[in-house]
Design a protein around this ligand. Structure first.
Ligand code: HEM
Length: 202
């Protein structure tokens, strides 16, 4: 994406801006799940699944109704929500209503920022799946991995970045995208913290 009011030599892409301006929020989320697979009881993995389950339930319908046309050309391959629902059930998480997402009617820049966070989480999933296979998952039943497997395909993220690059954006729009991405990371963080304070049976 071209940031039209910046000088040509100094034009970062929208993806560059999103990555640098949300780095802190991403690192905080990473830290909440440190050593997830070293926890043989699986409590951290259950928290991870709960966070992702509720986040996808809340965010996917909002992106579907957004100018990003999430159900059309820009839709991710369907299946991450279905996969995380399957994992949540398999690991015994109780059914819960979808939480409210703070940006109910995003405009296009905001939808791009929200989708960046949701689709970018695919990049970490590939590493997590590898770690889970390497480090094992406790001594009980194998942990369900449908969500991590469905998330390991990074092509929808690449497609989203192409879409960003094709969209002319001024600085105000870039800021709205960054702010929505930051809000999305904080939404995930709240879900992670909320899961941590619950008694989640193993
Ligand atoms: C919980 C543990 C997590 C770990 C260990 C992790 C790790 C990673 C890693 C290693 C990358 C870089 C991959 C690469 O360069 O190919 C990455 C990228 C990314 N992750 Fe995570 N991640 C985690 C959770 C999440 C979650 C839950 C989200 C979304 C809410 C997220 C959003 C992103 C985004 C947006 C990027 C792309 C950054 C860019 O523009 O390059 N991550 N993650």
């Amino acid at each position: 994406m071209t940031i039209t009011d910046a000088p040509a030599a100094a034009r970062p892409s929208l993806r560059d801006r999103l990555r640098s301006d949300t780095r802190e929020a991403h690192e905080a989320l990473d830290a909440s799940f440190a050593d997830m697979f070293g926890d043989a009881e699986g409590a951290r993995y259950r928290r991870f699944l709960r966070m992702n389950h509720l986040a996808h339930e809340a965010i996917e319908p909002i992106l579907s109704g957004s100018p990003l046309d999430w159900t059309g050309r820009d839709a991710p391959d369907a299946g991450r929500l279905a996969a995380v629902r399957r994992d949540a059930e398999a690991i015994g998480l109780p059914p819960e209503p979808a939480p409210g997402f703070p940006i109910e009617n995003p405009d296009l820049p905001e939808a791009l920022g929200i989708a960046y966070v949701l689709e970018g989480s695919r990049l970490g999933a590939k590493f997590m799946l590898r770690a889970l296979k390497r480090e094992g998952a406790g001594s009980g039943d194998p942990w369900p991995t449908a969500y991590l497997e469905a998330s390991s395909d990074a092509r929808p993220f690449a497609h989203l970045i192409e879409r960003m690059d094709a969209e002319p954006m001024n600085e105000g729009m870039v800021r709205r995208a960054v702010s929505a991405a930051d809000e999305t990371f904080r939404f995930f963080q709240r879900l992670a913290e909320d899961s941590a304070t619950r008694t989640i049976r193993v």
